[in-house]
Design a protein around this ligand. Structure first.
Ligand SMILES: [Zn+2]
Ligand SMILES: [Zn+2]
Length: 417
């Protein structure tokens, strides 16, 4: 035995193996982060161009339906995607696999174009836990600054309401955001009430099944207009406002109905008893069967009864000819060209205005047989050089002094109270 050789034992094979496994995890994670950046780019563009608007309440709702994310995760994706639109450095660091999605998600909660550069350094230097703590500390400083800002706003608030010489009411003021929001809500509610009084005879069933007829107006419709929206004739609200034939068909779909007969001079000769186009018992059965809006991806728990074949057109008021749709999707079907039909076996089939099917369940995505190799090849093709070290932080194990870090990093930290 040669005693002069340094006493270094060979690393046992199973440890070498585990190290390789760890590197593979780090490398693939960085590849996935890089791919996530592309995914977020696509989501941002889809969101901005309103691609989800064909029947979904939000981009997050669409993501839930299409790619199976839970609501919270979907909302977070959309939030991060939007934020990265104005934070190019953070976006690029994610796209190069240098910053993990977790870090980017945390940093986008506080980053602005002005502070992005500094926060990028935080992301690159610290662990995910450091980043999380710094973001929390950062938000505390933001909240103090916000409190000061709101005191300033409070001191500058004012509201003047007065009547002009010509009778018009003039409103002028500066309100704190939450007071402004309340005012806007009140104005909107008032406008909505006016709008409904003009335009709506429909009733909605709440989940408890109690039919609640909230507004009712009388729409005078020529019978042949109800049967065929293209037929000449008139639809007039009682106050004289004209509505489209499509709208009057929707209003009449689920409404209180009073049949009046007119003589050739327009005088009313006979008035029938007021009946509901969908009797309460049938409406309860409909609510029980459909359990909310049936439009693909909607699932709003209450809605209006839609006659698949309109009653004005000879369609019967039976369960098989009815489908529950929320207000928004009832409008989509009557006025925006969406189509619904019932299949012989009872299933509903929805079509887009151009006739293409709108599936209840999205078509499955095609996944390559070697997804990891494919991802690697795609990232390589983009000139990315990702390995097990790409997302390693520059941290050497020193303790994080949070107070100092925030003081150095946050632009408003020095003005702290
Ligand atoms: Zn309808
Ligand atoms: Zn709906």
């Amino acid at each position: 035995m040669n005693l002069s050789t340094p006493n270094i034992l060979p690393t046992p094979a199973h440890l070498v193996e585990l190290e390789r496994l760890g590197d593979a995890i780090a490398e693939l994670s960085a590849h996935l982060d890089a791919a996530t950046a592309r995914l977020l780019d696509l989501i941002r563009e889809f969101d901005a161009r309103g691609g989800w608007g064909n029947g979904f309440a939000s981009c997050a709702a669409w993501l839930t339906w299409r790619i199976g994310l839970d609501r919270g995760a979907a909302r977070e994706r959309v939030r991060v995607a939007r934020a990265l639109g104005s934070l190019p450095r953070l976006a690029q660091a994610l796209a190069r696999g240098e910053l993990s999605y977790s870090k980017v998600r945390a940093l986008t909660r506080v980053a602005t174009p002005e502070t992005e550069e500094r926060l990028l350094k935080v992301g690159g230097a610290g662990t995910a836990e450091h980043v999380e703590r710094i973001v929390r500390g950062w938000r505390r400083v933001d909240r103090i600054a916000e409190a000061q800002e709101s005191t300033r706003r409070h001191q500058r608030r004012a509201l003047h309401v007065y009547q002009d010489e010509d009778g018009m009411v003039v409103v002028r003021g500066r309100l704190e955001p939450e007071a402004g929001a309340v005012l806007m809500k009140a104005v909107e509610a008032g406008r909505e009430a006016l709008y409904r009084r003009r335009d709506d005879v429909s009733a909605e069933t709440r989940p408890d099944g109690a039919p609640g007829e909230r507004y009712q107006v009388v729409v005078h419709i020529d019978a042949h207009v109800l049967a065929d929206a293209d037929a000449p004739g008139q639809s007039v609200l009682e106050d004289g406002a004209h509505v489209s034939a499509e709208t009057s068909q929707r209003l009449a779909c689920d409404a209180s109905r009073v049949v009046m007969r007119h003589d050739p001079d327009g005088r009313v000769t006979e008035v029938g008893a007021r009946t509901r186009t969908i009797p309460p018992a049938l409406r309860r059965a409909l609510q029980h069967r459909d359990n909310g809006c049936r439009f693909p991806g909607c699932r709003l728990p209450f809605g209006q009864g839609h006659h698949i074949r309109h009653w004005g057109n000879g369609g019967p008021t039976t369960l098989s000819n009815l489908a529950m749709l929320c207000r928004r999707h009832h409008r989509a079907v009557h006025e925006e060209g969406y189509m619904v039909e019932r299949q012989p076996e009872g299933e509903l089939r929805f079509r887009r205005p151009d006739g293409r099917l709108l599936p209840h369940v999205p078509p499955p995505a095609t996944v390559p047989t070697e997804p990891v190799e494919t991802l690697r090849a795609q990232n390589d093709a983009r000139g990315l050089h990702i390995d097990a070290q790409t997302s390693r932080p520059g941290w050497f194990g020193e303790r994080l002094d949070l107070g100092y870090a925030i003081d150095v990093l946050h632009p408003l930290a020095t003005s702290r109270a």
